[in-house]
Design a protein around this ligand. Structure first.
Ligand SMILES: C[S@@+](CC[C@H](N)C(=O)[O-])C[C@H]1O[C@@H](n2cnc3c(N)ncnc32)[C@H](O)[C@@H]1O
Length: 262
């Protein structure tokens, strides 16, 4: 099967519903993943509160601001690259302080999520306000990213969740890797074994049912990847993420090869 959602299908994606379902509280495996990511960044020499990177991109941001909140502590500027107009609108309404009831609710949700992140990162900051100042919402396509543009690129739960075709998944990873400057960092988060998912009443979006071993093979065989590490996080309560087949998540972190080391 080769089912990649086209842009009109994505209009059915309910960004508010998705955020309420998955980011109203910190799901246990997301917490574990965030703790792992924070420790990995520290072990790579990053200090939270010091803007050591000029430009970071999070691709397929949708209604998830936690990656940007973490990167706001190590970067001067962040591009939130989102494909759909509804996703762009969601992010602009949350970050630009829109006064309608739904946006106020989402801002409250992300303020609370930011406080949980602060506990993990040992910070006392309003991460949502910081992201509002540093982030620029950019309409864009994961398959058409600018090459060698970013010091760090991340994509959370997007690459495997926009199609059910493994080749499309690999192409999206290769495009992400090309957008990272030589020597820069990539971070990707994935749902494991997901067979598709809802994002609003009566909707169904495709997914590539990945195993950790698939990720290992794909990243090992990419010519742009220098070092990388993969860690998986098991789902222990299926009610928290109602996705058929879903077993948990995996985070990949690594560096893109330096031109000199090729
Ligand atoms: C499952 S959601 C994940 C959202 C979010 N990053 C998260 O962690 O929950 C998939 C996201 O990918 C976006 N997307 C779909 N096709 C895309 C494309 N070609 N390029 C970039 N983003 C895309 C969707 O609009 C949606 O926001």
């Amino acid at each position: 099967m080769n089912n990649t959602q086209n842009s009109s299908d994505w209009n059915a994606f309910d960004f508010h519903h998705y955020a309420n379902q998955w980011y109203s509280s910190m799901i246990p495996e997301d917490r574990e993943m965030i703790v792992f990511l924070v420790n990995e960044l520290k072990s790579r020499g990053f200090k939270f509160g010091y803007e050591s990177l000029d430009l970071v991109a999070d691709v397929g941001t949708g209604p998830n601001l936690f990656p940007a909140m973490i990167f706001s502590q190590i970067a001067k500027k962040i591009h939130l690259i989102e494909y759909t107009q509804n996703g762009v609108k969601y992010l602009q309404e949350v970050l630009n302080n829109f006064k309608d009831k739904r946006s106020i609710h989402q801002r409250e949700l992300w303020k609370k999520y930011g406080q949980k992140l602060c506990e993990i990162m040992s910070l006392d900051k309003d991460l949502l306000s910081i992201v509002s100042k540093k982030a620029q919402v950019v309409e864009g396509d994961i398959f058409k990213l600018e090459e060698n543009a970013y010091d760090l690129v991340s994509s959370f739960f997007a690459t495997e969740s926009i199609s059910d075709n493994t080749k499309t998944f690999v192409n999206s990873i290769e495009s992400l890797l090309r957008s990272v400057k030589p020597g820069g960092i990539f971070i990707t988060a994935h749902m494991l074994e997901s067979e598709g998912y809802p994002a609003g009443l009566g909707t169904f979006f495709p997914s590539v049912p990945l195993k950790k071993s698939d990720l290992e093979k794909i990243f090992r065989s990419s010519l742009r990847v220098g070092d990388f590490k993969i860690k998986s996080f098991e789902n222990t309560d299926i009610t928290t993420r109602p996705r058929a087949g879903y077993e948990g998540t995996a985070l990949v972190i690594g560096t893109v090869k330096n031109i000199n080391s090729e």
